[in-house]
Design a protein around this ligand. Structure first.
Ligand code: SF4
Ligand code: SF4
Length: 78
């Protein structure tokens, strides 16, 4: 039996990420909402940048498409 290999995962660029700009009213990250796998979470609460649990990331790109500031990028392991 072979474990499924995980080759890509999302990474937040904290220099670009700005939850206040994405949602001035509630501070909720739209990319977190888009991550149906619940891998991306605002662990420190609203108005704080989200964190990716990389081990569980499916590399599906949904968060990247949902982030208006292009603050999430995909990392590829070689
Ligand atoms: S959508 Fe992008 S820029 Fe906005 S809070 Fe989420 S990760 Fe940061
Ligand atoms: S790539 Fe997919 S699974 Fe990974 S954090 Fe983004 S939305 Fe979630």
């Amino acid at each position: 039996m072979q474990l499924q290999s995980k080759k890509s995962f999302a990474m937040v660029d904290y220099a670009k990420c700005n939850p206040k700009q994405c949602d001035p009213e509630t501070g909720k990250c739209p990319a977190v909402k888009a991550c149906t796998h619940k891998v991306l979470t605002q662990i420190d609460g609203a108005f704080e940048p989200p964190v990716v649990f990389q081990d569980m990331c499916m590399g599906c790109w949904d968060c990247i498409e949902a982030c208006p500031l292009e603050a999430i990028e995909m990392k590829h392991l070689t």
